[in-house]
Design a binder for this molecule. Structure first.
Ligand SMILES: [Zn+2]
Length: 257
């Protein structure tokens, strides 16, 4: 239990009773609330020598807006996500909710940007079938380390509903990432899974599939994009969606540090 002993070294004031189920302990340390993770699966850390994660900007449970898929031109979709430095119960719950949202929307991949989170993380189930849990994959801090060949194929996006386009992508890729248990893995992918992973990696850099369309093809869908823009701005004016500035401020606050 290395994290517990570290916790004792800090002599924290217990803020709330610890929860063995969620494997987290919230303590007040140096005037700030921090969350301490432990346990077998909970004490998973990426190669960052840090086991205490500041928690100054997470609103109390119950006041967080419920997670939902955001649509173009939401600023989160243009956010270049920061690498995740620690995996804990909250992140695992986030991933589970992302799978639910993806299945509800009949999708096969979903990036954290698409649920308004600045994390370098996406999920994939290329079958789109919630029963096939063996096909569920979580990619944390992914890097495409090799690309080979080129082929065109149709793509859509849950953040651009009902919009499709022909996109040229590498035919084969090799991707490295971490899973939810913090284990590094490598995958060689082709066909649909390869295309989905390339599409989702783009999301983490704030790139959307229309950005990769030819100029003439993009011209054809411009009206559709303009319609998304009008709808989004109308919803902001109606107060249903925060201002771009408020959204960006929140994203900056949530970035892993
Ligand atoms: Zn997408």
């Amino acid at each position: 239990m290395p994290v517990i002993s570290r916790c004792r070294c800090l002599d924290p004031v217990l803020f709330g009773s610890y929860n063995r189920g969620s494997q987290q302990l919230v303590v007040r340390f140096a005037g700030r609330l921090v969350i301490v993770w432990w346990g077998c699966a909970g004490d998973v850390r990426l190669p960052v020598p840090w086991s205490i994660q500041p928690l100054p900007c997470v609103p109390p449970t119950g006041t967080r807006p419920s997670m939902q898929i955001v649509h173009y031109p939401h600023p989160a979709l243009r956010w270049k996500s920061k690498p995740i430095v620690e995996i804990g119960a909250e992140l695992r719950a986030t991933v589970r909710r992302m799978f639910e949202l993806m299945y509800e929307a009949k999708g096969i991949g979903l990036a954290a940007n698409q649920v308004d989170l600045p994390y370098r993380l996406f999920i994939v189930n290329a079958t789109g079938d919630p029963e096939q849990i063996d096909e569920e994959h979580v990619f944390i801090n992914p890097e495409i380390i090799r690309r080979k060949g080129s082929e065109e194929g149709e793509e859509g996006c849950l953040s651009l509903p009902e919009l499709y386009g022909q996109i040229r992508r590498a035919e084969e890729i090799v991707v490295e990432a971490f899973d939810l248990k913090g284990r590094g893995f490598t995958m060689e992918l082709t066909e649909l899974p390869g295309r989905v992973v390339q599409h989702e990696c783009d999301h983490l850099d704030g790139v959307l599939f229309p950005d990769r369309m030819t100029e003439s093809a993009r011209h054809e869908i411009q009206q559709h994009l303009d319609d998304f823009e009008i709808l989004f701005r109308d919803r902001q004016k109606a107060g249903e969606i925060p201002s771009d500035e408020t959204i960006r401020k929140r994203l900056r606050e949530l970035e892993p540090s």
